[in-house]
Ligand binder design. Structure first.
Ligand code: SAH
Length: 280
């Protein structure tokens, strides 16, 4: 967790994790996340970036001194995302695009000689999403040829680097927007979607999670069933039971899944009894 320290503290009253909004992104923090493109050279990239944003529920596009815009290439590559293009803010400089933003992160393909914290796309997305509950935040992208200037990067609270192959680390501008937009989407869908590993997956909302006592009864049943089918062949059962416990706890079972497993165990016990009866 230590890399996940917020680069700026979120205001107290809004630091609660925003909940999922089932119907699109109106009134969700995603609407407060500005994607700022600085000095874009190819209008096609502006269109592709708008499309990348719209697929992930983002809508606030801000353009700082684009070389050519509006432009037919931008509209063509935006496909169905012309609404994002049409609503795009246009600004003469970066400061104007960042007005009102209380968290600003700048993307960069390579390490620059600017001492500043560096975040992964996932860390950046989580922080932006959490902070966006309190007001506008920005994620800034640089020019195709030269990226962001040092002075522009210094306007940012932290840098974000997509961990690409160091031998060829520079993504196409719109592709970089897509990667970050996707991470923002995951952040907006709740913590579970963004989790990498190391925690118990929770059951879906259809079924209640298994309670601790349901699980204990499952483990007791499993222990007995393994004995009934003579699984251990005289060896002590503790080690196997420990591993099976770990396995089932990791799985994050719900009540119904516990019932199914116990049904299977009962069936195995019944078959073992039948087999035992035949042998006798
Ligand atoms: N030659 C430029 C490349 C710019 S690519 C440079 O060295 O900076 C255009 C923009 O796409 C970058 O400014 C950045 O906003 C984004 N981008 C491309 N690759 C990226 C990466 N690996 N991590 C973060 N952002 C990246």
């Amino acid at each position: 967790m230590k890399n996940e320290e917020p680069v700026v503290p979120a205001p107290r009253k809004d630091s609660r994790s925003p909940r999922r909004h089932p119907h699109g992104t109106m009134n969700t923090p995603l609407a407060n996340i500005r994607i700022v493109l600085v000095g874009t050279q190819h209008p096609g990239n502006i269109g592709s970036a708008a499309r990348a944003m719209k697929t992930m529920g983002l809508s606030a596009l801000h353009l700082v001194a684009p070389e050519r815009f509006p432009d037919p290439d931008a509209s063509m590559l935006a496909a169905g995302a012309d609404d994002v293009l049409d609503a795009a803010g246009r600004h003469p400089d970066l400061d104007a695009a960042l007005a009102g933003c209380h968290l600003v992160l700048g993307t960069s393909a390579r390490r620059r000689h600017v001492p500043m914290p560096e975040l992964s796309p996932r860390q950046a997305a989580r922080q932006l999403f959490a902070a966006a509950a309190a007001g506008p935040v920005a994620l800034v992208f640089g020019r195709e040829r030269t990226g962001l200037e040092n002075a522009e990067l210094q306007r940012c609270h932290a840098a974000v680097a997509i961990p690409a192959d160091p031998a060829y680390s520079s993504l196409n501008l719109a592709a970089a927007v897509q990667v970050l937009a996707y991470e923002l989407r995951l952040a907006s869908l709740g913590d579970d979607a963004g989790q990498v590993s190391g925690s118990v997956p929770r059951p879906g909302p259809e079924e209640p999670p298994a309670t601790a006592d349901e699980l204990e009864r499952l483990f007791g049943h499993l222990d007995q069933a393994l004995a009934d089918i003579d699984f251990h062949k005289g060896k002590p059962p503790e080690m196997v039971m420990q591993r099976l416990r770990r396995l089932f706890l990791r799985a994050g079972l719900d009540s119904r899944e516990v019932k199914i497993l116990r049904g299977i165990l009962s069936e195995a016990q019944r078959m073992a009894r039948l087999a035992g009866g035949r042998q006798a």
